[in-house]
Design a protein around this ligand. Structure first.
Ligand code: C5P
Length: 412
């Protein structure tokens, strides 16, 4: 805990972490002690609160805390602690522990809107994200002094959820990063196919499922490039490189560049993007005026990126990246089941894994925060993931890819 008015909520976070079975070692800054009593945290946590590098029974408490942690959660994280951590400055037990740990770190900022939006803070946050530090973004709401705005500490339940997802997905217990060194490319969002400088043919994909897959891969230690059509509206997941594209042809060029980069070619491609099947044959450089009549927009087919890569891999004696595709289906009563549709797409595209969802169901897929999928793979496995968050679907998708990558490395 660092020193902000939201420090009182740390008591609830601590209790919830304990309820979830964690061992919690509380660390408070001097300023945090002004907002909440040490006795409260000591009573709720697994150990008494530590507040200083000096004077305790251990000669070097920060290294023990940093080395033994499976996860460090900073809640609330003030502008000061974010700044010291970004700059690598150790000025108290909390900042020293942050520098002494190799465990994943989850920062939960809380401060006044002006501070949160200050360019210095924004740059420090961006620096930490680039280094792989995780954030639970603050919410918008009532702040100290009655002001309304962004900067309010996220809900304790959401913080504990993020902490447990991170622990599970990073496999950080015992320091195992199960996809360490794996190079992955993930595509996300719907492509936009221009008709003129203003109009385009698009689709309802939000990109959130692809971002969740990229975050999950990065949390397991993979080196991830996210080829995204929604880079301006979604924050890049921690530690992930984002390449912004708009059209299917740009996406194809970026994916091919990542897959064939000399010395750093990708081991895994997850095509979460909703790629337009057709594009206008011609895109006007000038805005088409209403007075000039209804335009006759001729369409031409876009290449199927995934199927094309699967064919190239086949032609290359199966050497190439593991290919994971998504399939948005609508299941008709009496027709093939979602699993059957998924299997037929697995074979027609020649890929290793297909993740299929029935987009006609409520709260499933496009534009929703939730999803429900069936994951089939080339080894005949089929896993059903009932309606849940896109983050949990991402865990199942990455589990499926990881299992095949592991079998590959054992047999090669
Ligand atoms: O054939 P269908 O569009 O249902 O296949 C969906 C899968 O194929 C998705 O993984 C999508 O990203 C990919 N796809 C592609 N290129 C296209 C269309 C879809 O790679 N032109």
């Amino acid at each position: 805990m660092s020193g902000g008015i939201a420090a009182y909520k740390a008591a609830e976070i601590c209790r919830r972490l304990m309820d979830a079975g964690a061992t919690v070692s509380p660390v408070m800054t001097i300023a945090a002690k002004r907002f909440i009593g040490e006795a409260t945290l000591s009573a709720l946590a697994s150990e008494p609160v530590r507040t200083s590098l000096w004077g305790g029974p251990e000669p070097i408490p920060h290294t023990r805390l940093g080395q033994s942690a499976d996860l460090v959660v900073v809640a609330p994280a003030t502008a000061r602690i974010i700044g010291s951590y970004a700059a690598g400055i150790s000025s108290d037990l909390l900042s020293a522990t942050l520098l002494a740990t190799r465990a994943p770190v989850l920062m939960c900022p809380a401060m006044h809107t002006e501070m949160w939006e200050h360019p210095a803070v924004a740059e420090n946050v961006a620096t930490l994200k680039r280094r792989g530090v995780h954030f639970v973004e603050p919410g918008v709401g009532r702040l100290a002094g009655g002001d309304l705005g962004a900067g309010r500490l996220a809900d304790p339940a959401d913080i504990v959820d993020a902490a447990s997802t991170l622990l599970r997905s990073s496999r950080s217990l015992g320091g195992v990063r199960s996809l360490h060194g794996v190079r992955a490319v993930v595509t996300a969002g719907g492509t936009r196919e221009p008709i003129d400088p203003v109009r385009y043919i698009g689709n309802r994909s939000s990109g959130r499922q692809g971002y969740a897959v990229a975050a999950e891969l990065a949390a397991r230690g993979a080196l991830v490039t996210l080829v995204s059509t929604v880079a301006s509206s979604l924050d890049a997941p921690a530690g992930v490189d984002v390449v912004e594209v708009e059209t299917a042809m740009e996406m194809l060029a970026s994916v091919e560049a990542c897959l064939t980069a000399p010395g750093s070619s990708a081991d895994l491609l997850v095509m979460t993007a909703a790629v337009a099947d057709f594009r206008p044959a011609m895109s006007s450089d000038q805005k088409i005026k209403r007075g000039s009549g209804v335009p006759d927009v001729q369409l031409v087919a876009n290449p199927d990126i995934l199927a094309g890569l699967a064919q190239a891999r086949h032609a290359n004696n199966a050497s190439g990246p593991l290919l994971v595709g998504f399939a948005a289906e609508t299941v008709r009563p009496g027709g093939p089941t979602l699993e059957e549709l998924a299997l037929s797409k697995l074979h027609s595209k020649g890929v290793d894994v297909i993740v299929a969802n029935d987009v006609a169901l409520p709260r499933v897929g496009f534009g929703h925060a939730t999803n429900a999928v069936v994951i089939v793979d080339r080894d005949g496995r089929s896993v059903e993931v009932p309606l849940t968050t896109k983050e949990k679907v991402a865990v199942a998708v990455v589990d499926a890819a990881e299992r095949i990558l592991l079998t590959r490395s054992l047999t090669s």
